[in-house]
Design a protein around this ligand. Structure first.
Ligand code: CA
Length: 229
């Protein structure tokens, strides 16, 4: 499927030129001629990349960029009219991924578009593998971070390891021996009741704190982690 690019540019000659060139490259193109319309189109339409002029009527490119960043990580390439360092810095600070100075060579812009789209595809793949989700509970493996409805939960290393194992085995009954083997390791010497203690910690930090019931006890057997949808 063709990737969709939103061009926000008030100079109709440049907008038209970009539209033709991008279509020729096989992209779908949408055009907005002022900042406010650009922002609305970015909100409503599922675009893969935004080319955003800096100087725009109704809302500046910087402001559009800041607002888009509140709801989307879509790649944004900023067009800066002046060869002014401060414009570039402000553009990147506001969340743009890249910038091209006007007048630009179309080949350079096309190359930057390809790079940004490739980077986006890569990061979407990574983030899908990186996360385990159960309702509002999200475990981010790369960052060793757990959140509930966006709020971070502080877990010790063992609590994290235990939760990871439980979430990876969602819906499966796990007995204490299995938890010990997989979370504490085969060489663990000690009471298997340690699992009960850590389950209690997790329940107080997640289930009790947020009024949910992820971790259920299966009497005489062990535990099961169940998604709360
Ligand atoms: Ca302009």
């Amino acid at each position: 499927m063709a990737e969709r690019i939103l061009v926000v540019e008030d100079e109709s000659k440049i907008a038209r030129f970009l539209e033709l060139e991008l279509r020729h490259e096989g992209y779908e193109v949408e055009i907005a001629y002022d900042g406010r319309t650009g922002l609305e189109m970015a909100q409503k339409n599922d675009v893969d990349l935004i080319i955003l002029d800096l100087m725009l009527p109704l809302m500046s490119g910087i402001e559009v960029c800041r607002r888009v960043r509140k709801f989307s990580n879509v790649p944004i390439i900023m067009l800066t009219a002046k060869d002014d360092i401060s414009d570039k810095v402000t553009g990147l600070d506001s969340g743009a991924d890249d910038y091209v100075t006007k007048p630009f060579a179309i080949e350079e812009l096309l190359a930057r578009i390809r790079v940004s789209l490739k980077r986006k595809a890569g990061s979407e793949r990574d983030s899908a593998d990186d996360r385990i989700t159960a309702g509002k509970l999200v475990l981010h493996k790369m960052q060793h971070k757990v959140t509930y409805d966006g709020e971070e939960i502080n877990l010790s290393k063992k609590e994290y390891d235990l939760l990871l194992y439980l979430m990876e085995n969602k819906g499966i009954v796990l007995d204490r021996e299995k938890l010990i083997e997989n979370v504490w390791g085969y060489d663990f010497i000690g009471d298997t009741n340690v699992t009960d203690v850590y389950i209690r910690y997790l329940r107080s930090k997640i289930d009790q704190r947020f009024g949910v019931n992820y971790i259920k006890t299966i009497r005489g057997v062990g535990y099961i982690f169940e998604s709360q949808e």
